[in-house]
Design a protein around this ligand. Structure first.
Ligand SMILES: NC(=O)c1ccc[n+]([C@@H]2O[C@H](COP(=O)([O-])OP(=O)(O)OC[C@H]3O[C@@H](n4cnc5c(N)ncnc54)[C@H](O)[C@@H]3O)[C@@H](O)[C@H]2O)c1
Ligand SMILES: O=C(O)C[C@H](O)C(=O)O
Length: 345
């Protein structure tokens, strides 16, 4: 029995993500919350012949409280998306207040839920979420996730397509390629670790592609979001690929926490000091409290941060150093936002 909630359910990501959750075998109750049209989206989804009961809520009549009460999984794609020429950080001013208010609701109405933050800038929104939960004294670092799965999904797709273009007559199934992507979720804070791509022998990544092709591939993974923003030309950013990625991550959490599977690893941007197994070591290495790494999931959420940083090559060490600088600023910005708004809690 799992109650899942989508906050921002009427949006470009929210609708297809809610559709995936309605089709999930793990979800028995699905609550949709948005400032517009959530009852309409809920009515539409409710006709699908799967078990989950669907309901829609708006802010009026205690809608947030009703949506969140008894939730085990809360996914947050609420907030504005980018237009061409904007950075993710340009979204901070509006989205910080939205995430702050929603997490206050989580703290009050479902403090034990697993919280998946999609809203941008993720690098700052996750610190906001954690700080709000800390101030309510309900923070469990194993239960709060910044969703960076789209970076992993892009890394799989773009690597497969590069390898296909370099090896004549070879087909590469992107779903069978694993590329760890660490750091954060914005431009050069996104660090694909191509030296650790799997299956290493088949891919022979370092001998198959030139140095230039490797740096072009890294750049494409780091700035893949821009491709979609430009192609949509003012109509928003990635929504369908994000819904796929968001559900892939939500399902991983459900498989581990409800389904009892023990070997599920996905990358996520998490609060490192709260994860004794691996998290503290990564924090000491990068000097940051938040960082994306592959995490091993267990019945209570994050069980281990899988520290890959001792295995990377020198080029990747350079990329990590660059990422650290951007992340430090974004993390501080998120933490300060909550300090400045503390009086409201
Ligand atoms: N983490 C990632 O990899 C990733 C990928 C793509 C997009 N995003 C981010 O996800 C966010 C949503 O993108 P989108 O394309 O779905 O945008 P969208 O504008 O299509 O949808 C956002 C939805 O949030 C709702 N909303 C606004 N304020 C709200 C509030 N206070 N409470 C509840 N709902 C509220 C809006 O009404 C809208 O329906 C953006 O910030 C975007 O940058 C993140
Ligand atoms: O690019 C964006 O603004 C949305 C998202 O973060 C993405 O990576 O597609």
């Amino acid at each position: 029995m799992v109650k899942a909630v989508v906050c921002g359910a009427s949006g470009g990501i929210g609708q297809p993500l809610s559709l995936f959750l309605k089709a999930s075998p793990y979800v028995t109750e699905l609550a949709l919350y948005d400032v517009v049209n959530a009852p309409g989206v809920a009515a539409d989804l409710s006709h699908i012949c799967t078990g989950a009961k669907v309901s829609g809520y708006s802010p009026k009549d205690d809608g947030l409280k009703l949506a969140l009460t008894n939730a085990q999984l809360v996914v947050i794609p609420a907030g504005i998306p980018r237009k061409p020429g904007m950075t993710r950080d340009d979204l901070f001013k509006i989205n910080a207040g939205i995430v702050y208010d929603l997490i206050n609701g989580v703290a009050q109405f479902c403090p034990k839920a697993f919280v998946l933050v999609i809203s941008n800038p993720v690098n700052s929104m996750v610190p906001i979420a954690c700080e709000v939960l800390k101030r309510h004294k309900v923070f469990d670092p194993a239960r709060v996730f910044g969703v960076t799965t789209l970076d992993t999904v892009r890394a799989q797709t773009f690597t497969a397509s590069l390898l296909e273009s370099t090896a004549s007559n070879s087909k590469f199934d992107p779903s069978q390629i694993a590329v760890p992507v660490v750091g954060g979720h914005s431009g050069d804070t996104i660090v694909p670790l191509l030296s650790l791509a799997q299956p290493a022998q088949d891919l022979q990544l370092s001998s198959t592609i030139s140095h230039q092709q490797r740096s072009d591939l890294i750049h494409r993974i780091q700035f893949g979001g821009d491709e979609v923003v430009q192609a949509k030309d003012g109509m928003g950013s990635a929504t369908l690929s994000m819904a796929y990625a968001g559900y892939r991550f939500a399902e991983a959490v459900l498989r581990a926490t409800v389904g009892g599977e023990s070997s599920i690893v996905e990358a996520s941007y998490v609060y490192l000091p709260g994860i004794p197994k691996g998290g503290v070591a990564v924090r000491d290495r990068v000097g940051l409290d938040y960082f994306a790494m592959p995490i091993r999931l267990g019945p209570h959420g994050v069980e281990e941060v899988v520290n890959l940083l001792d295995k990377i090559d020198e080029y990747e060490v350079g990329l990590i150093n660059i990422a650290q600088k951007g992340l430090k600023t974004s993390i501080e910005k998120g933490v300060s936002f909550v300090t400045d708004h503390n009086a409201k809690i």
